[in-house]
Design a binder for this molecule. Sequence first.
Ligand code: UDP
Ligand code: MG
Length: 139
Amino acid sequence: MSGNRTFTMIKPDGVAAGNIGAILHKINEAGFRIVAMKLTKLSEEKAGAFYEVHKARSFYGELVSFMSSGPIVAAILEKENAVADFRELIGATNPAEAKPGTIRALYAKSIGENAVHGSDSDENAAIEAAFHFAGTELF
Ligand code: UDP
Ligand code: MG
């Protein structure tokens, strides 16, 4: 995958709060094109594997339990400079530190239940997109 794609999830809190539409609107408005998308649910095992990199962190157990607690929306997004621009659009991990107008400032509840995921590098975007969409047609 080239530098123009990133991977996102609307997390269980965002879906449960009825914010799928509002969050997708922000994403489209910011110039991202959706090239793959699905409503799905992660098992504890899959959530654990997705966040494997955080295994040693104190919040790992809570994160895995939260991310498998309800449906999520997974999507691959396309735009020039996608990874960095999307991180800018979602704002800081902790919504208390997220810039006004960012998705997390608007919709996140806490540092853990923070509405959206965004890949942190082109390499991880490719890995995360394949994790959810291997074999799926991209548009
Ligand atoms: N997280 C948490 N507590 C923390 C830091 C992170 O619960 O102190 C959760 C939060 O849901 C975050 C995810 O773990 O989005 C992954 O953490 P990371 O540092 O990669 O933040 P992100 O890349 O999502 O901004
Ligand atoms: Mg991260």
